[in-house]
Ligand binder design. Structure first.
Ligand code: R5P
Length: 306
């Protein structure tokens, strides 16, 4: 770190940022936060569909001058995972700090039936094999961190979500923050404490990957602004079912915020159609629905490592 004449603190460019195709916006924001260069990557496909990557180090900035590479990429698709593995290999002469803004495959974190893979372990061990540290953001299950076999830390966007909600809904509007299940309770408690807003939780039972049942619960909805908060919105089933129950009870409006907007099977559009007035996610998965950024929180965690 050094201070310039304008009193600003900057990172020395002993580190560079490299990103996957799908995390390019977040990586650009991170580069700005850290005042570090974002190194371009050339990508192409072989005729059989295999991926090729080449880090485009500027000739005056060869790879070995950068002692550390901050490699950032979410793993929402299989291509993302392959691209990360290739980029790790391309940067392997450097010390790699791997940032996984959204880490997929974390739900299957144990063997529920004989013969199953522990998918979270398989992915964590493959991605963690040749990096020195890992940073995740609101990982679905924190115990997966121990599977990386290198130091791994998880950061939370609770402060960012709290600030986003406070800017949108004031205390006079009687906000009520709601977790759709007990799994999201820790996150919502953290957010509620920062906003000083009331919170409650619903109880969810998952029938299948797409279908959930929200246990009937009477919620004091009259005249209140409700905000459902979850770590992930995937098919949108959890959120749609929760919102329908609250609207049936007379909720005047339902807002929804998550960290990771996976939004598969047209979930974003479907949720907007089912009466959700406001819907946003962070940019851990980049989309037009990204309403706040994970970059400042990731930058803070990276600064503490560099
Ligand atoms: C589950 O435990 C998570 O916290 C989310 O509630 C879940 O991933 C949401 O999935 P979907 O949008 O498919 O209901």
């Amino acid at each position: 770190m050094y201070s310039s004449s304008d009193g600003m603190t900057h990172m020395e460019t002993t580190a560079t940022i490299v990103c996957t195709q799908s995390s390019q916006v977040l990586a650009t924001r991170l580069a700005k936060e850290l005042t570090l260069p974002l190194t371009p990557v050339m990508r192409k496909r072989f005729p059989d569909g295999e991926m090729y990557v080449q880090i485009e180090f500027a000739s005056e900035l060869p790879t070995h001058t950068h002692k550390k590479t901050i490699l950032i990429g979410s793993t929402s698709t299989h291509d993302d995972i392959i691209e990360l593995l290739l980029l790790i290999d391309a940067c392997v002469e450097n010390e790699i700090i791997l940032v996984l803004p959204y880490m997929g495959y974390t739900r299957q974190d144990q063997r529920f039936r004989p013969g199953e893979s522990i998918s979270a372990r398989a992915i964590a061990q493959a991605l963690g094999a040749r990096v020195s540290q890992v940073i995740t953001v609101n990982i679905h299950k924190e115990r997966v961190l121990s599977e990386f076999l290198v130091p791994a830390q998880n950061i939370s966007l609770a402060a960012e979500i709290a600030a986003h909600i406070k800017a949108m809904i004031s205390l006079d509007e009687k906000p009520l923050l709601l977790a759709p299940d007990k799994g999201a309770l820790g996150l919502i408690q953290d957010i509620a404490m920062r906003c000083n807003y009331e919170y409650d939780y619903l109880s969810k039972r998952r029938i299948s990957g797409e279908e959930v049942v929200i246990e009937a619960k009477s919620v004091p909805v009259a005249g209140r602004k409700l905000v459902i908060i979850d770590d992930i919105i995937s098919t949108g089933g959890t959120l749609a079912t929760s919102a329908k129950m609250l609207i049936a009870q007379g909720a005047p409006s339902v807002h929804a915020i998550c960290v990771h907007g996976v939004f598969i099977q047209g979930a974003y559009a479907r949720l907007k159609q089912c009466g959700i007035e406001y819907l946003c996610s962070s940019d851990t998965i980049e989309s037009a629905g990204s309403g706040y950024s994970a970059a400042p929180a990731i930058a803070q965690a990276v600064r503490e490592i560099l």
